[in-house]
Design a protein around this ligand. Structure first.
Ligand SMILES: [Mg+2]
Length: 298
């Protein structure tokens, strides 16, 4: 694991004047979730330690809410989370009155904050444009569950969950590259953007970004706990994590299976050697070790 740079990180996270409060923001796929089996077993004990030390672990993912709910339950995570690249933020009802004091309200009650347009509106706009221009593309909203299964290889339940979108539409582009460029220009004029995700293209609000979601949540934490000195630790592996990793106090970069790290411009960063979940665990352990009891002599 490459730590850049150790002194600078220590100075940032350990304050002589007051105890600092850490908060972790993490991507899921290939970052916290194992790159091979999508499990999180190796991280379970450290997640318990975060909870014991009142360090919130915030999940920020491109997954849909339906996909995150089950995972979050399995992790025993009670904190806010962001889905679809931070375009939707879920805050457990009463969380910012209760965090660190008592357990939250029923997990089904959330305050939901959406950035930009909602899914139905985005789909309606796309369908209208397709009617006008004759573009050839199919989105999840056009497809049956069976069709999604056929294209993606997901299970019945996964396909149903993947279809429950809040603010991003996955499309299969079946038209020319020239028309795709025209389509992108139109998206931009509508404050929408296109993110390539392998087989599908994702149409999403231009304002959706994990860094903005992180900043939004930090405003709430800071205003709720003005006496604490909050320090953000962000974990990610992909291009959609980049701005979050650069905006955090410490950015932790998990490599892809082929060893490739994304290039992050943050003077305080850790480049893990190991892929998810082990790289995540090692870096988290180092951060926790660095800050254990660190303020007591301050
Ligand atoms: Mg990822």
């Amino acid at each position: 694991m490459k730590i850049i740079d150790k002194t600078r990180i220590a100075n940032k996270l350990i304050s002589a004047d007051a105890p600092t409060q850490l908060i972790f923001f993490t991507d899921l796929d290939d970052t916290l979730l194992d790159a091979r089996d999508y499990g999180f077993e190796p991280a379970r004990s450290i997640m318990g330690e975060l909870e014991a030390r009142n360090i919130p672990l915030i999940l920020l993912t491109s997954k849909s809410a339906a996909e995150v709910f089950a995972l979050r339950d399995a992790m025993g995570n009670r904190h806010p989370f962001g889905t679809e690249n931070g375009s939707v933020i879920f805050i457990p009802q009463g969380y910012f009155n209760a965090v660190g004091v008592e357990k939250p309200a029923a997990a089904t009650d959330y305050e939901i904050r959406r950035v930009g347009l909602d899914y139905e509106t985005i789909c309606a706009m796309l369908h209208r444009l397709r009617d006008q221009k004759g573009y050839q593309f199919r989105g999840f909203s056009d497809m049956s569950v069976a069709e999604v299964i056929e294209i993606t290889g997901l299970t019945q339940v996964q396909a149903q969950e993947a279809k429950q979108r809040e603010s991003t539409e996955a499309i299969l582009w079946q038209d020319s590259t020239e028309n795709l460029r025209e389509f992108e220009i139109w998206l931009k004029s509508q404050e929408l953007t296109l993110l390539s995700g392998g087989r599908f293209l994702h149409v999403m609000p231009a304002q959706a970004d994990k860094a903005l979601a992180m900043n939004f949540l930090m405003q709430s934490y800071r205003s709720m706990f003005p006496d604490k000195i909050w320090k953000t630790i962000a974990f990610g592996d992909g291009g959609n994590d980049l701005r979050m990793l650069e905006a955090a106090d410490v950015g932790i970069v998990v490599p892809h299976v082929n060893g490739y790290h994304i290039q992050v411009q943050n003077p305080c960063r850790i480049e893990c050697d190991e892929i998810a979940s082990h790289g995540w665990v090692k870096a988290a352990e180092w951060i926790l070790g660095l800050t254990t009891g660190a303020h007591k002599n301050g």
